[in-house]
Write a new protein. Structure first.
Length: 744
C-alpha cells in the first residue's frame, strides 16, 4: 500500500500540473473557434438582410431601419446592429450599440474593422459587412455579438479538463500499480532464484531464467558476485606485480586460504643415497618453480610419488617430511608405488597411452586394460591421501597434469566441498583423436570433477569443450566456457604457464661475454663461430630430428656457414624403459653422426649432441652463449625453453626460432615462427636468425622480455588461486542460501 501511494500521489500531482498548464491553451483555442464561428454567422446575417435593408435605406426612413434592427436583435446572442450611411457621422443603430463606435471606424478596411472590443457590458464581437444601397451610396452594416457565453463555456471546460485529467491519472496509476504488483511477483521469484544460486553457483533453469527481464540482471549479479569474491585483490590483476610476496598476500587475505594441497607425480624435493650419505635434490622443474611459492605462503601440503632412493628413510610414521630441509615451510606427503603400479600407471597408461594420444607426433598410443587398471588404482591412492591430508572440509586442491585425469572426481566424492583446480600441462587433442581412447568417457568424467580445468592455450580449451560435447551427455556453455554435468559446473580456463622473473639461475651467471668465451672454449670453437642451441628431453614430440634436417638443409643451401655455425643439442635422456624413447634416442644420434660426416671440416663438426642431464646453471650458460635458440616442437603445451632463453638474454641479443606448434608461439610472435615439418623454410629461418642485425634482435627481445616480466610463473599460479577462491566463495554462498543462513 505504501508503495502504491508513493507512486500514485506523485503521478496525480504531475498530471494535475499538466492540466493546469493546459487550461490557457484550451481557452485560447476555444476563443479562436468561437470568433471563427461568429465571423461565419455575421456573414450569413449580412447576406440575409442585405436586400431588405437596401430598400429601407433608399426610402430614407430611419425609424423603419431602427425597427428592422430591433427585430434582428431579438436573437439572444446578437447584441446590437448599426448602419453607417454616406453623410452620417454616427450609425443608425439599436439602443445598445456602443456610442464610442463612429462611422469613420466602420469604414476602415475589413481586416482591421473585425475585432473583439471590451465594453461596460463585457466583451463583444464586431463584424462589419458592406451593403449595396444603390443611389444612396455605400453603406456598412455593423453586427455586434455578445461574447459572455464564452466565459461560461471556459469555466465548464476547465472543470471538465481537470476532471478528465484526474480520472486519467487515477486510471493510469491504478493500471500501472496492478501490472507492477503482478510483475513484482515474477521479479521476487526470479531474485530468490538468483539468491539460491541458480545460474550462479549451479546450472540455470529456475525462475531467474524463466523471467526474460531478469536474464541481463543475472549477468550483472554474477559479475557483482565475482567482484565481491575478488575483494582481496590488492589492485587490478593487469597492474599487479606478480611475485612470491603477491601470492602470499592473496592467500593471507582469503579466509581459510591456507588449506592448499598440491598433487603431482614429481616431488619438489628428492632424497637420494650417495657415497657421502643422503643428498637432497631440488628438480629444475617449471611446475616446482611455480607452485613452491604457493606452498611456502600457505604452509600447505604437497602430495607426490616418492621416487628417491632415500625417500623412505626421511619421512615420519605418516610418510610426511617437512621441506625445504632446514626451513620447514610446508609438508611433503609421499605416496609409495609398487613396481607394477609404476610401470602400469606411469610408464604404461600415462606415457605410452595419454602422452602420444595428446601429442600429434605420429606415434601410435598403446592402450592396455591392465595399465588403465593400475592408473585407476594409483589415482584412488592419491585421492585417499588428499582426504587424509585435508585440514578442512573445503580445501583448495591443485591437481597437476595428465597423470591424474581420474583424480578430480575421486576427490569430490571424498571431499564434496573441496575446490579442485586441475591443470593439464600437455596439449588436448581434437575430438576425433581423443575418441580412439577406450576409456575416453571415464577420463572426461574424472576431469569434470574439477571446479576449474586449466590449459595453456584457448585452442586446447576449445578442443576439450568439443570433445565433451561429442562424447558425453553434458551441457557445454560456450559463452562462459563451462561444462555442466550431473548438477556440477566445471570452468574451462586458459592459464599460460611461464617462468620465474627474474630466473634464479640468472643471478649466479657471469656476463654474456664470459659465457660466450667459456662455452666456445669448452667445445673447442673459435670465438667468431655462430652458436645455436637446443635444450630438450630426448622426446619424439620435441622435433629434434626435424631440427637436425633443417640444419643439414641450411648447410646445403648456404655453404658459407660451414665451419662458421655450430649447433649444440642438450638432450637429457628420458623414459628409457619405453621402446619408442630408446629408438628415438638411437635415431637422433645416428642422424647427427650422418650430418656431421656430410659437412665435417677439419677439427669441426656442425652438430654436437650432448645426451646427458645438465643442471640449470649450465643450461643458462648455453642460453647466454648462443646466437640462436631453436625450439621445434611437433606438438607442445607451452614449452618453457623458449621463455627461459628470452629471460636469460639480459643483453637483449640472440634470436629465438620457435615452432608454431608450441603454445609459446601464441605469446611470443616476435620470435621467428616456423613449421618444423617444412624443412626448406625452417632452414631459411635459421639463416635469417644468423644474419639478423643487432638492432632488430634488440627490438624483438625487448618486447618478449617485457611480456615475460609481466606474465611470469607467479601470475600463472596467482590467477588460478584467485579463480579458485572466487568459485569457493560462490559455493559457500550457495550453501548458506540453501541452508537458510541467507534470505531467499
Amino acid at each position: 500500500m505504501r508503495l502504491s501511494l508513493r507512486f500514485l500521489l506523485p503521478l496525480m500531482l504531475v498530471v494535475g500540473l499538466f492540466a493546469y498548464a493546459a487550461v490557457p491553451l484550451a481557452d485560447s483555442l476555444m476563443l479562436r473557434w468561437v470568433v471563427r464561428d461568429l465571423d461565419v454567422r455575421s456573414s450569413l446575417i449580412a447576406n440575409a438582410v442585405s436586400e431588405p435593408l437596401s430598400g429601407l435605406v433608399l426610402t430614407g426612413s430611419t425609424p423603419r431601419i431602427e425597427q428592422f434592427f430591433r427585430h434582428l436583435t431579438q436573437d439572444e446572442r446578437l447584441y446590437a446592429v448599426g448602419l453607417c450611411i454616406a453623410g452620417h457621422a454616427m450609425p443608425i443603430a439599436t439602443p445598445g450599440f456602443p456610442s464610442g463606435i463612429a462611422c469613420s471606424a466602420l469604414r476602415a478596411p475589413a481586416s482591421t474593422a473585425k475585432s473583439l472590443i471590451n465594453t461596460a457590458h463585457g466583451m463583444l464581437h464586431l463584424s462589419v459587412a458592406p451593403i449595396d444601397a444603390g443611389a444612396a451610396g455605400p453603406a456598412q452594416l455593423a453586427i455586434l455579438h455578445d461574447m459572455s457565453f464564452v466565459e461560461k463555456r471556459s469555466e465548464e471546460t476547465r472543470l471538465y479538463l481537470f476532471a478528465f485529467f484526474a480520472v486519467l491519472a487515477f486510471l493510469v496509476a491504478l493500471i500501472t500499480v496492478i501490472v507492477a504488483q503482478l510483475s513484482w511477483r515474477g521479479w521476487v521469484n526470479g531474485l530468490r532464484a538468483l539468491l539460491r544460486g541458480e545460474g550462479l553457483v549451479r546450472p540455470a533453469g529456475g525462475a531467474a531464467f524463466s523471467t526474460p527481464e531478469l536474464r541481463p540482471i543475472a549477468g550483472d549479479v554474477r559479475e557483482l558476485i565475482r567482484e565481491l569474491e575478488e575483494r582481496y585483490r590488492p589492485r587490478d590483476e593487469g597492474q599487479l606485480a606478480w611475485s612470491p610476496a603477491s601470492l602470499r598476500a592473496i592467500l593471507e587475505r582469503e579466509p581459510g586460504g591456507g588449506d592448499v594441497i598440491v598433487v603431482s607425480n614429481r616431488e619438489p624435493y628428492i632424497h637420494v643415497r650417495t657415497d657421502e650419505g643422503v643428498r637432497v635434490q631440488h628438480p629444475a622443474s617449471g611446475l616446482v618453480t611455480a607452485l613452491e611459492p604457493v606452498m611456502r605462503a600457505t604452509a600447505g601440503t604437497w602430495i607426490a610419488h616418492g621416487s628417491g632412493s632415500a625417500d623412505r628413510e626421511t619421512v615420519d610414521a605418516h610418510d610426511r617430511v617437512e621441506v625445504p630441509p632446514g626451513e620447514s615451510a610446508y609438508r611433503l606427503r609421499r605416496i609409495w608405488l609398487t613396481k607394477d603400479e609404476e610401470d602400469g600407471y606411469y610408464s604404461g597408461f600415462a606415457n605410452e597411452g595419454l602422452w602420444p594420444l595428446c601429442h600429434i607426433a605420429h606415434v601410435r598410443p598403446v592402450f592396455r586394460s591392465s595399465d588403465f587398471a593400475r592408473y585407476r588404482e594409483v589415482n584412488a591412492k592419491f585421492a585417499d591421501a588428499v582426504a587424509a591430508e585435508a585440514r578442512t572440509a573445503a580445501p583448495i586442491v591443485l591437481v597437476q597434469d595428465y597423470h591424474f585425469a581420474l583424480l578430480p572426481k575421486m576427490i569430490r566424492e571424498r571431499l564434496p566441498s573441496a575446490t579442485v583446480v586441475t591443470f593439464w600441462h600437455i596439449p588436448w587433442p581434437n575430438p576425433e583423436a581423443f575418441s580412439i581412447c577406450p576409456w575416453r568417457a571415464e577420463l572426461l568424467d574424472g576431469l569434470l570433477g574439477s571446479s576449474i580445468l586449466g590449459f595453456h592455450t584457448r585452442f586446447h580449451c576449445n578442443n576439450f569443450l568439443d570433445t565433451v560435447d561429442r562424447v558425453l551427455e553434458a551441457r557445454v556453455d560456450r559463452e562462459t566456457s563451462e561444462v555442466h554435468v550431473s548438477g556440477h559446473a566445471t570452468a574451462v580456463r586458459r592459464y599460460p604457464i611461464s617462468i620465474a622473473w627474474p630466473p634464479e639461475p640468472l643471478a649466479r651467471q657471469w656476463g654474456v661475454g664470459h659465457a660466450r668465451a667459456a662455452v666456445r672454449d669448452r667445445l673447442g670453437l673459435s670465438h667468431d663461430v655462430k652458436l645455436g642451441v637446443g635444450i630438450d628431453r630426448l622426446d619424439y614430440t620435441k622435433g629434434i630430428l626435424e631440427r637436425f634436417h633443417a640444419i643439414d638443409r641450411l648447410l646445403e643451401r648456404h655453404p658459407e656457414w660451414a665451419g662458421r655455425f655450430a649447433f649444440v643439442q642438450v638432450a637429457a635422456p628420458t623414459r628409457g624403459t619405453i621402446t619408442d624413447y630408446r629408438d628415438y634416442a638411437t635415431r637422433a644420434k645416428a642422424l647427427a653422426d650422418e650430418i656431421n660426416a656430410k659437412h665435417a671440416a677439419p677439427a669441426f663438426v656442425p652438430i654436437r649432441l650432448l645426451a646427458e642431464h645438465h643442471e640449470a646453471d649450465a643450461v643458462y650458460e648455453y642460453y647466454r652463449a648462443s646466437d640462436v635458440c631453436i625450439v621445434s616442437s611437433l606438438h607442445d603445451g607451452m614449452n618453457l625453453v623458449a621463455k627461459e632463453f628470452v629471460a636469460a638474454r639480459d643483453d637483449e641479443r640472440g634470436v629465438l626460432v620457435l615452432s608454431q606448434f608450441a603454445g609459446a608461439s601464441r605469446e611470443l610472435p616476435e620470435a621467428l615462427i616456423v613449421n618444423p615439418y617444412d624443412t626448406d623454410r625452417f632452414a631459411a629461418a635459421i639463416h635469417r636468425a644468423l644474419s639478423m642485425p643487432e638492432d632488430e634482435q634488440r627490438d624483438r627481445m625487448r618486447i618478449m622480455r617485457g611480456l615475460l616480466r609481466e606474465f611470469n610463473v607467479y601470475s600463472w599460479a596467482g590467477r588460478m588461486l584467485m579463480d579458485a577462491a572466487a568459485i569457493r566463495q560462490r559455493h559457500t554462498l550457495g550453501r548458506r542460501v540453501k541452508e537458510g543462513a541467507l534470505p531467499a
